[in-house]
Design a binder for this molecule. Structure first.
Ligand code: GAF
Length: 376
């Protein structure tokens, strides 16, 4: 099949990936997160094609495309198509305003690296179609429908953080999002002379999606047990460590560990917010290390490659803190590194990582950036 890829677009949209400074797996436990969009993004070029229901999508990055019929949307065997199909399916529940369109996508956001290329894809498409066809969807409509698309078409029971960060981020800020009330604050982040350096492990262990759903179930199991004595709680967000302790004997060690991590991680998000607001960068770094300890030992969503890089960073005075960012089982570690020490740290980490895993590390700086937008 021949795809039309070189057309003059009516609209260009950029949709960013995200980092999460801290607050991992807290979103579906209705707690707090502290993400921001980054400059790495997917660019969508769109035009109406005059047909009622025929849509052509083509990824210039992966040289692959597909055609779909808006009247016959169903799940595909091909993973990336499901992000698109899921979004179209959710939009169709809200409006019949989408008609035939052509779309090319180009990405400089590595997939499977914990930077949420999935949400960038979902939200960019929703945003682009909203603009192209004047659908009248709000930003929160786009966030929510993209999250549901991932549940129904992709099968990951994700929380709301990634889609929220992709759409709502603001340059120079992280977002303190309360995933229960969906209230949020933009927190300015000025960590000079430190920078945010990502080290991409280049591994994405394929148990990520199934283990993700298992973690969600384990947390729910914990909630169900605690609820028997505290009927007022509806999520781990409402539980303190003191409330959890008496239930230790009633829970498996695994469920107890998962619950402890989430409760502590929520506290770390709030502590990180305060540390950033008052320039206590050393404390911010310590919180990252603490969080990684929990990610690795209590929540068990790390992997040898991420653990290696986080441990390695501890040998450098120029690194304040590090942890794996995102859903887990690989992807990137996020490091707060003094600008004078970046080259030395990255060179040494690259060499050590290659020796340990025979993988070429990829390192890059990211800056808190704005959310999904039209390119003018
Ligand atoms: C993935 C999910 F999509 C998010 O909702 C979040 O739970 C994250 O993992 C872990 O914090 O990116």
């Amino acid at each position: 099949m021949e795809f039309i890829t070189g057309f003059t677009p009516e609209l260009t949209v950029k949709s960013p990936g995200r980092i999460n400074l801290i607050g991992e797996h807290t979103d579906y436990n209705l707690g707090y997160v502290l993400p921001t969009a980054i400059e790495n993004q997917i660019t969508f070029k769109l035009r109406k094609n005059g047909s009622v229901n025929k849509c052509n999508l083509y990824s210039l990055t992966y040289n692959t495309g597909f055609t779909l019929d808006l009247n016959k949307i169903s799940r595909s065997e091909i993973e990336w198509e499901n992000y698109i199909l899921g979004v179209l399916n959710e939009i169709s529940k809200l409006t019949d305003g989408v008609k035939g369109f052509d779309c090319t996508l180009e990405s400089n956001l590595p997939t499977g690296s914990g930077l949420s290329s999935s949400a960038a894809l979902e939200c960019g498409l929703a945003f682009g179609l909203n603009e192209l066809f004047g659908l009248g969807l709000s930003k929160m409509d786009m966030v929510k429908l993209s999250q549901i698309a991932e549940h129904t078409y992709v099968g990951t029971q994700c929380g709301i953080m990634d889609q929220f960060a992709s759409v709502m981020s603001k340059e120079g800020h992280v977002i303190l999002l309360d995933c229960k009330s969906l209230e949020y604050d933009y927190v300015p982040i000025d960590i000079r002379p430190y920078r945010i350096i990502l080290l991409n492990t280049k591994v994405s262990h394929n148990l990520a999606s199934s283990e993700y759903n298992t973690r969600k179930q384990e947390c729910q199991e914990g909630v169900d047990i605690i609820k028997q004595k505290h009927p007022e709680i509806s999520s781990l967000r409402d539980v303190t460590l003191d409330m959890l302790m008496p239930f230790k004997a009633e829970m498996s060690q695994t469920v107890f560990n998962r619950c402890s991590f989430i409760i502590e991680e929520n506290e770390r998000v709030l502590a990180m917010t305060e540390a950033l607001k008052s320039d206590r960068l050393k404390e911010a770094g310590d919180l990252l290390y603490e969080a990684h300890g929990g990610i690795s030992k209590l929540y068990e969503v790390s992997c040898p490659e991420s653990d290696f890089l986080v441990d390695f960073s501890k040998g450098y005075d120029t690194v304040l803190g590090a942890r794996q960012t995102g859903g887990g089982f690989g992807g990137c570690t996020l490091n707060l590194v003094h600008e004078a020490g970046i080259d030395e740290f990255v060179t040494a980490a690259t060499k050590a990582y290659k020796n340990a895993f025979a993988i070429d590390l990829e390192a890059f700086e990211v800056r808190p950036s704005g959310g999904t937008s039209v390119v003018v």
